[in-house]
Design a protein around this ligand. Structure first.
Ligand code: 3UK
Length: 525
């Protein structure tokens, strides 16, 4: 048997890895726990009461890998998974990787036409899905040009994955892959255009787990992680799977819709030590806590990503819970968080400092680095960056250049080294010739106690000059009044540069959001 070894040394600016020629990352994340004596420790707990030990996890991963091989899948084949957060997600993901098959976890909230696109673009050989998504997957399979040999609904009366794989052997020799071979893909839906498949390698999740999980968050085997963000999202995949598995910790899986009540309920019952949320959910959770009290005493760290965390949310969360929220920015292409605040080093309203192992540059319109303090386009370099977009050379060439990745975000770095988010490059607006960050105005608006969510976009005034326009969701829709508009205007005029106050206020019941909780400002423009 090949040894799939890696030697890891900690350097000042991140971890360094030396991989043996043959290296399959499933050996490090799954099998290692058996040799390190964790077979009887709990790897997964579900909110519906299931428990999976590291020993059971390893056996089911092997069975799943063997089942795929005996179903005709071979090394390098792609396998799409539209699977809710459940132990089977782990068996399929790791069983594939261990057998050299490339799993592609996909957003479970997409529609048939999006699934069709990904089935064709990935040229996958298999589609595995939770029965809940059948009504979108079946038409997608019919519409697609590619017809995958295997398509399985993983639960239900006739076929249950765990039963299906019981006949397959519980031992599996890891496929002879290499640290920089393709390991899994994640499709990211940008604000426009078709989803792009970021190609990640075996080494990438070691890089994020050590540099962010261990080094930045301090995750260890006594931790219990709980991510409101689902596993199909790179943020959730790290939080709810890669980091706890790397550390030999326990993850809590919840397959329902994340609402303040369901999330708080799970926290009370399953007592996570680290909680991962997104800003809109933190906002809704704060509203919920105005009427209810919850026991959050198990939590030592709260994390936020996906969108910038408005400082006012941080303050109110800290007042209410005595916990700080560590905001950090990550992306599907870089796999996880590359700039982050830390428990002992944070700056309110910033994304924090670089995570070890990552480098940043901020470029102006001429593509030269800007002066410290000036805003520009953020580029990142680091060892977890996707090697390309699958079957998409144009997008690869536009986004990935000489190991640097264009994040598409506008940032500035302050004198103390903290990075401040200004907006997506294409969400930034120019008012009177000056770049203006929608996020800054939104953060000001939600300081008002009656405002739940805010989105700011540019709109032309009667002279066709672009000015900020605010869309607002109120905690109580009945609070809408001219008086409130005046108060909001005062708040912005007092707290922002003079040109930045919104010229229009539009009240709505909801804002357009992506499945991962990001405001879709382009839909409001
Ligand atoms: C935005 C943020 C400000 C930013 C992600 C953590 O969100 C993740 O990945 P996606 O590919 O989106 C990436 C884009 O989202 N963004 C994310 N976090 C922040 N903007 N402050 C933040 N804290 O525009 C970025 O380019 O969906 C988040 C871990 C893994 C991830 N994939």
């Amino acid at each position: 048997m090949k040894n799939h070894n890696v030697s890891i040394t900690e350097a000042q600016d991140g971890f360094e890895f030396e991989f043996s020629d043959v290296f399959n990352v499933a050996v490090s994340f799954i099998d290692r726990h058996l040799t390190e004596g964790r077979s009887d420790r709990i790897a997964i707990r579900t909110t519906s009461g299931e428990e999976v030990t590291y020993g059971e996890l390893a056996a089911n991963v092997n069975r799943c890998g063997n089942f795929f091989k005996s179903s005709g899948l071979t090394k390098g084949n792609r396998l799409i998974m539209v699977v809710k957060d459940c132990p089977e997600f782990f068996y399929i993901f790791w069983g594939s990787i261990k057998a050299g098959i490339i799993p592609i976890p996909i957003n479970t909230l997409l529609r048939a036409k999006d699934y069709r696109f990904i089935i064709d673009n990935s040229e996958c050989s298999a589609v595995l899905y939770s029965p809940e998504y059948k009504s979108e997957i079946e038409p997608a399979l019919k519409m697609a040009q590619n017809s995958p040999a295997l398509s399985i609904s993983i639960q239900g009366e006739e076929k249950d994955l765990v039963q299906l794989i019981q006949k397959s052997p519980a031992d599996l020799e890891a496929a002879e892959t290499h640290a920089d071979d393709e390991c899994f893909f994640l499709y990211s839906s940008g604000s426009t255009g078709n989803p792009k498949g970021a190609v990640h390698c075996h080494k990438d999740m070691m890089y994020t787990s050590l540099n962010y999980g261990v080094k930045t968050l301090g995750i260890n085997e006594n931790d219990v992680t709980f991510s409101a963000a689902k596993l199909f999202f790179a943020y959730g995949l790290g939080n709810g799977m890669h980091f706890p598995l790397w550390a030999g910790a326990t993850t809590i899986l919840f397959d329902g819709r994340p609402t303040p009540d369901t999330i708080f309920d799970a926290i009370e019952k399953f007592k996570p030590t680290i909680y991962f949320g997104v800003p809109t959910l933190y906002g809704a959770q704060l509203l919920n806590m105005e009427e209810k009290t919850w026991d959050l005493s198990s939590i030592r760290t709260c994390v936020s990503a996906g969108e910038a965390l408005p400082p006012d949310l941080f303050r109110r969360w800290q007042e209410k819970t005595d916990l700080i929220i560590l905001d950090g920015i990550g992306s599907t292409e870089i796999l996880h968080i590359f700039i982050s605040n830390r428990s002992d080093d944070y700056c309110l309203g910033s994304s924090g400092r670089l995570v070890p192992g990552y480098q940043a540059k901020i470029l102006g319109d001429d593509n030269n680095p800007v002066k410290q303090g000036d805003a520009g386009k953020l580029w990142i370099k680091g060892g977890s960056t996707a090697k390309c977009y699958w079957n998409n050379p144009e997008k690869t060439a536009a986004t990935m250049q000489n190991e640097w990745l264009n994040t598409g975000d506008t940032y500035y770095q302050d004198d103390n080294g903290y990075y401040h988010y200004c907006g997506r490059n294409d969400d930034m607006l120019k008012v009177g010739g000056i770049w203006c960050s929608p996020f800054e105005i939104e953060a000001k608006l939600i300081e008002h106690p009656k405002v739940l969510e805010a989105a700011v976009v540019g709109a032309p005034d009667d002279q066709n000059l672009i000015k900020p326009k605010a869309y607002l969701v109120l905690k109580n829709p009945e609070d809408q009044s001219e008086e409130l508009e005046k108060e909001l205007l005062q708040l912005c005029k007092k707290g922002l540069a003079p040109y930045k106050y919104p010229r229009w206020f539009i009240f709505q019941e909801t804002l357009p959001m992506t499945a991962t909780g990001k405001i879709q400002r382009f839909k409001l423009r």
